[in-house]
Design a protein around this ligand. Structure first.
Ligand SMILES: [Zn+2]
Length: 429
């Protein structure tokens, strides 16, 4: 049985279904790949701007220049923000309610080397799914948020509190610049939701994250195949992998009482890539002169990330000191981004969690699942840096950061229904 506001949300969204699907396909078909230091998000932001224009809604596209004049500690100075723009739609409330921010990122990772069945930008619709790069992470969620704004505008509903929608740049690769710029520009709220693909679960926590390349060079390439003893980093790399494995093991048994208490691997340590020559016809039969491994550390919301990383580095120093090869061929520590991302956690009893849970329950007519995200995201920037209670909630799908990524279209509409119901309840009509 749908309650008043949920029924209203369903009715308000119905007329916009077709346009929602069209917007989603167009966004997926528009390349918005982010490869640091650059990102090409603007064409996709223009697709959104045109959508809002057709709905007679004013959307602001603004530059990230504010990052250049702020000294906030989370700004990544190694990124190029020139020509990249956030998009925001702001509905002022009557002043008698709480405000809400709907946040989503429009950038995607590159398509990778895996084999896609169709072009990564096909936007193909098959069996109720839209396929393509960024469909699930997170253009489906961005569309759900955008049509909440469109539905409210169409119905002529004025909320009590302010409602802000923002489509930000540079979230992938631990960027955060887009979300930071939104806050530094002054868009604040009493609560926020990021509609990352969550399989229609409410995620009230996210992990911290840090990626580092461990590199080692071994000797003189000119000496290879011409001197007696050939020094190679390949087998020592195996020992380095074992050292990483010891951290994986150690972090698997971390005790926590928070949102990750029942998660099997609460703070994963993963190897993302290993390099030492390539199995490639263009690479001669040669012993590698260089080896590298890319390691991904994740952290619990309550952890002191700096302290954990300090003990990781101490442990690496000890490992190196005890290994004759690495004593003479030191390991280089090359972070992919620095400072690391932090986690965040919002209490289950928080009024915003409770509001979203009851709206999800009403819309789906089943008990809501409240859980914790298996990844880091922009949430800590909103909550830890700017005090905005933040949840993740978004559509179903699969294949984020992998070939044949897709988002389930009906779940995009359910996401919009839940978000619209929550906006009506939280902000007050
Ligand atoms: Zn994402």
């Amino acid at each position: 049985m749908l309650s008043g506001t949920a029924l209203d949300a369903k009715k308000m969204l119905r007329p916009i279904r077709r346009e929602a699907l069209e917007l989603l396909r167009k966004l997926v078909q528009t390349d918005s790949v982010n490869i640091p230091p650059n990102g090409s998000e603007t064409p996709a932001q223009l697709v959104l701007k045109n959508f809002f224009r057709a709905q007679d809604i004013k959307a602001e596209l603004y530059s990230l220049d504010v990052l250049g004049t702020s000294n906030h500690g989370c700004i990544r100075t190694d990124r190029n923000y020139k020509g990249r723009k956030n998009l925001a739609v702001r509905f002022g409330g009557s002043g008698r309610g709480r405000s809400l921010l709907l946040n989503g990122h429009i950038d995607t990772v590159p398509p990778g080397n895996g084999k896609w069945s169709d072009s990564p930008w096909s936007g193909k619709l098959r069996q109720g799914r839209i396929y393509g790069l960024g469909s699930f992470d997170m253009k489906g969620g961005v569309v759900a948020e955008a049509i909440v704004m469109a539905a409210l505008h169409r119905a002529g509903v004025k909320l009590g509190g302010d409602l802000i929608f923002e489509s930000v740049v540079d979230e992938e690769w631990g960027g955060g610049g887009g979300t930071l710029a939104g806050r530094l520009k002054g868009d604040m709220a009493d609560a926020a939701v990021i509609s990352e693909g969550t399989q229609l679960q409410i995620l009230r926590a996210s992990r911290g994250g840090f990626v580092v390349d461990l590199e080692v060079e071994a000797g003189d390439a000119a000496a290879y195949f011409s001197s007696g003893a050939v020094v190679s980093p390949a087998i020592p790399l195996g020992r380095l992998l074992q050292w990483i494995g010891s951290w994986t093991e150690r972090r698997q048994h971390l005790k926590t009482s928070g949102a990750y208490a029942s998660v099997e691997d609460p703070a994963p340590v993963q190897v993302l890539a290993i390099e030492a020559n390539r199995l490639d016809p263009n690479v001669p039969l040669s012993v590698p002169t260089k080896a590298a491994v890319r390691v991904y550390f994740q952290f619990l919301p309550e952890e002191d990330v700096g302290a954990v990383l300090a003990s990781v580095r101490q442990s690496l120093d000890n490992f190196q000191a005890a290994d004759p090869f690495f004593q003479s061929h030191p390991i280089r520590w090359v972070p992919l981004y620095d400072p690391p991302l932090l986690g965040h956690e919002l209490a289950e009893s928080h009024p915003w969690t409770q509001c979203m849970a009851s709206c999800l329950q009403t819309v789906r007519n089943q008990p809501p699942v409240i859980s914790a995200a298996p990844y880091p995201c922009d949430a800590f920037l909103l909550q830890k840096e700017f005090g905005i209670p933040t949840l993740l909630f978004g559509p179903s799908g699969a294949g984020a950061h992998n070939p044949d990524e897709y988002v389930d279209v009906p779940s995009v509409m359910i996401t919009a229904e839940v978000l619209l119901t929550a906006a009506l309840q939280w902000c007050g009509a």
